[in-house]
Design a protein around this ligand. Structure first.
Ligand SMILES: Nc1nc2c(ncn2[C@@H]2O[C@H](COP(=O)(O)OP(=O)(O)OP(=O)(O)O)[C@@H](O)[C@H]2O)c(=O)[nH]1
Ligand SMILES: C[S@@+](CC[C@H](N)C(=O)[O-])C[C@H]1O[C@@H](n2cnc3c(N)ncnc32)[C@H](O)[C@@H]1O
Ligand code: SF4
Ligand code: SF4
Length: 314
């Protein structure tokens, strides 16, 4: 269905947990992460019921996210439940990749179509410093497991952070030469822990084009402007929510792991879906779509949501 700005909404980002096995510095605080009781988090059945209500409102694509979705018990069962909903054309997942060695194959068998893997640096020391709890090797093993399980059109999401990984732009772009992957650079959005970071950390996506002038534009896809190196197997994407916002073309709604429908990533407005069933639930999702905010206010360096990114799902 269309929202009040005439945008077609057909993409649901469904968060299955706010927990994570990492503590990326821009996303989560090091300590004091409030642990929700299990009962505060939507059950698998509730998640599937909400997904079905969103499909009844026109959603065709579902992306599972978190926190780290792979730490959620029953995730494979959930994929099977979502796959069984008539009208779900694409089932995708965004992950930090570290638990794929165990889960890539069962997820594939349960009907997951696509995987996006977040990877901010190719240097083991930087990786450990940024994630606080992770190792690069675990993600590299996860990538191998994903390919072995049949996920060939992988996309990688690298948050561009001035002074941290901008000297690795060329290394990430190079990976697109011999792999059929999309290497994407995301502008850091000022919210949660990184909202107070130095101005120099926030680089425009154009930095990538300045550093790698051989990149030639190709057709955009979703929210990413896309490019290719001459003769490369893969592509490069720029997701620029700050410098080139894509709100006018936004097709998304989000549901948080505690059952709140968010029309916009950066908005404070939420509709509680918990305890609603049947037509009541469908009507609440419809209301959320109709009242979807027009755009964000990041240009004034302000996200209006009090949530950290792990409590939304990106
Ligand atoms: N501002 C803004 N940023 C978003 C939105 N959706 C995703 N992002 C950011 O874009 C990055 C990539 O998102 P992904 O989870 O890979 O999903 P996607 O870009 O929809 O993936 P595809 O389905 O493969 O196109 C994440 O860092 C998100 O935080 C959005 O609606 N608004
Ligand atoms: C919140 S994570 C959830 C899924 C999974 N844990 C992962 O890291 O892929 C989703 C995406 O949001 C990105 N992200 C988190 N905080 C961000 C911020 N302030 N600006 C831009 N992207 C951000 C992460 O890098 C990741 O690619
Ligand atoms: S970006 Fe993803 S992996 Fe990193 S702390 Fe946030 S939820 Fe966890
Ligand atoms: S900021 Fe809000 S309106 Fe803009 S693209 Fe993201 S979710 Fe959509």
């Amino acid at each position: 269905m269309q929202d009040s700005c005439g945008r077609t909404i057909d993409y649901l980002r469904l968060s299955v947990t706010d927990r994570c096995n990492y503590r990326c510095r821009y996303c989560m605080p090091a300590e004091g992460v409030e642990k929700r009781a299990h009962g505060d988090i939507l059950s698998l059945e509730e998640l599937a019921e909400i997904a079905a209500a969103a499909v009844a409102c026109g959603v065709k694509k579902i992306r599972l996210t978190g926190g780290e979705p792979l730490v959620r018990l029953g995730l494979v069962d959930l994929c099977r439940m979502l796959r069984a909903i008539p009208g779900v054309e694409e089932l995708c997942l965004t992950t930090n990749g570290s638990l794929l060695p165990r889960l890539a194959r069962p997820l594939r068998e349960a009907g997951l179509d696509r995987l996006n893997i977040s990877l901010d640096t190719l240097r083991p020391d930087r990786f450990a410093a940024m994630t606080r709890l992770g190792t690069l090797q675990a993600v590299l093993d996860g990538i191998e497991a994903a390919e072995a399980a049949g996920f060939h059109d992988l996309k990688f999401d690298t948050v561009l952070i001035g002074g941290f990984n901008d000297d690795e732009i060329g290394d990430f772009v190079d990976l697109s030469r011999n792999h059929p992957w999309e290497m994407r650079f995301i502008e850091l959005m000022p919210m949660g822990p990184c909202a107070s970071w130095d101005k120099g950390c926030f680089l425009p996506g154009e930095t990538v084009l300045e550093r790698v002038p051989e990149l030639a534009p190709i057709q955009a896809q979703g929210v990413a402007r896309r490019y290719r190196l001459p003769g490369a197997k893969g592509t490069v994407g720029l997701i620029s929510p700050v410098s080139h916002d894509f709100c006018a073309d936004c097709r998304r709604i989000r549901v948080t792991a505690d059952g709140k429908l968010k029309g916009c990533l950066h908005s404070r407005e939420e509709i509680s879906l918990r305890g609603l069933h049947g037509q009541e639930l469908v009507d609440a999702v419809r209301q959320g779509i109709l009242h979807k905010p027009q755009r964000h206010h990041l240009a004034e360096r302000r996200s209006d949501t009090p949530r950290n990114m792990n409590q939304i799902g990106g």
